[in-house]
Design a protein around this ligand. Structure first.
Ligand code: PNS
Length: 236
């Protein structure tokens, strides 16, 4: 194939490559989104030192020692880390978002560059709002990997400039999850060493209240659901 300029002059090999490069770079393509907010450009700097803010999103119901371990690790590599609690109306959580926030604030009070916030909607939209450049997530075992990879790639599709950074918690927390903590505590097992003392205390209080409520309803000959609707009516 002979490449020519518009006026018909023949191009040399080097020129041909240049013209191809020119076309490749300039042609608008649906695969290269034109919009890339400057604050998500990892090459940009603020002053002489690059400052990187990350968010650590999650449910944290309740926050565990595994979460704390990851927050401590994250706080060492990011300049700023925001622990972001998802306000998820579809879930039936053990703790309210306000309670989880208080627990996380107490747990991270000694870490100057860590703050706690809440959000709803898409994680990437929240990250954009707070001008974060990275999402921190923990991977405990291979079983986490598939779900985390899927989420990271979806987040990248939604917001290509935002990076997901995976960190591993200490091995001793590799089996630990909020779901298991809730289950063990609800069935009367010890959650010592799995959550910070203040969280253990709060979980116990929550579960004691729930047990008392259930026992009262059962001794009154009601099913838990009857008890619930009655107590709701009372409140109204
Ligand atoms: O602690 P969790 O429950 O594993 O955290 C999951 C979380 C909150 C990070 C994830 O569910 C999330 O990002 N939810 C917000 C909605 C969203 O952005 N969904 C698309 C994810 S690809």
């Amino acid at each position: 194939m002979v490449n020519r300029w518009r006026d018909g002059r023949r191009l040399l090999g080097g020129d041909a490559r240049l013209s191809i490069t020119y076309i490749t770079l300039r042609l608008p393509s649906p695969l290269t989104p034109a919009y890339n907010p400057p604050f998500l450009d990892l090459s940009s700097t603020e002053g002489p030192v690059k400052r990187i803010k990350a968010i650590y999103p999650g449910s944290f119901d309740p926050p565990t020692n595994g979460h704390l371990d990851l927050i401590e690790r994250g706080s060492k590599i990011f300049d700023e880390l925001v622990v972001a609690i998802l306000r998820n109306p579809e879930k039936d959580p053990l703790f309210s978002v306000a309670d989880r926030r208080k627990m996380l604030e107490a747990m991270t009070s000694g870490l100057d560059n860590v703050s706690v916030d809440t959000f709803d909607g898409l994680t990437v939209d929240y990250a954009l709002r707070v001008e974060a450049r990275a999402i921190l997530r923990g991977i405990r075992a291979i079983s986490d990997y598939e779900y985390e990879l899927q989420m990271a790639l979806m987040n990248r599709k939604l917001q290509p400039g935002l990076e997901t950074v995976f960190m591993m918690p200490a091995e001793k927390y590799s089996y630990l999850s909020s779901r298991l903590v809730r289950e063990v505590a609800q069935l009367g097992g010890s959650i010592e060493c799995l959550v910070p003392d203040l969280v253990e205390q709060k979980v116990r209080e929550k579960i004691d209240v729930a047990h008392k409520f259930t026992n009262r309803e059962q001794s009154a000959g009601k099913t838990p659901s009857e008890g619930k609707s009655k107590s709701r009516k009372k409140k109204l």
